[in-house]
Ligand binder design. Structure first.
Ligand code: ZN
Length: 205
């Protein structure tokens, strides 16, 4: 594991860049926030939440800020193989961030901005070549019979099958290579345009 290697691996593919994640999260977060008159705060909450799942990569925006945790996660699980790249983590981390913003700024819809921003990360990563395991669960050792059940990994093999069928269908799974695919640039650009439109709608009179 080399924590110093660049986050954006042009040849390796499979890594959505932080810019794309932030842009998409900000756009969807702004859309939710705008419903409650808080487009800018929604963009911030959604954009930040969308960066959190890459905490398992020390070179990412979030990983650089929480480097010890990021190195541990990558060492222990591997980038995208860790709990941060599941829907559960992304939605929950986004919810916590969003609720915090909602309380501080007294704008309840920011909670939704956070959740949607987090979930957008998993959806976008699911479109890339290495994909994600969105429904995987990570449990610590359990007592008694439960430990046997945990080791059997029944849920996770079911989750893998479910993901293969219902999540990342043949249409789009597996062929976006970061930095080599115009579709990622298109997603990024479309997000920024949407963000601009939402801001103009919200803040012009
Ligand atoms: Zn990711």
């Amino acid at each position: 594991m080399d924590p110093g290697r660049p986050y954006v691996d042009l040849k390796g593919g499979g890594v959505m860049t932080g810019i794309t994640h932030a842009a998409a999260g900000a756009a969807i977060g702004a859309a939710a926030g705008a419903l409650g008159g808080a487009a800018a705060a929604g963009a911030a909450a959604g954009g930040l939440a969308a960066l959190l799942p890459d905490l398992d990569h020390p070179g990412s925006y979030a990983g650089q800020r929480l480097r010890l945790l990021a190195c541990w996660l990558e060492e222990r699980f591997g980038h995208r193989e860790s709990p941060t790249h599941t829907l559960f983590f992304a939605a929950l981390a986004g919810l916590i961030l969003g609720i915090t913003a909602a309380i501080v700024l007294k704008a309840p819809l920011l909670a939704l901005s956070g959740v949607l921003g987090g979930v957008s990360h998993i959806v976008l990563d699911g479109m890339t070549r290495s994909g994600v395991k969105p429904y995987r669960v990570y449990l610590p050792k359990l007592p008694g019979k439960l430990e046997k059940w945990r080791q059997a990994e029944k849920w996770n093999s079911f989750a893998a099958r479910a993901a293969a069928h219902a999540w990342a269908g043949r249409q789009w799974r597996g062929d976006i290579h970061t930095g080599q695919d115009g579709r990622e640039a298109a997603i990024c650009a479309a997000s920024l345009v949407l963000l601009l439109i939402l801001f103009m709608q919200s803040y012009s009179n």
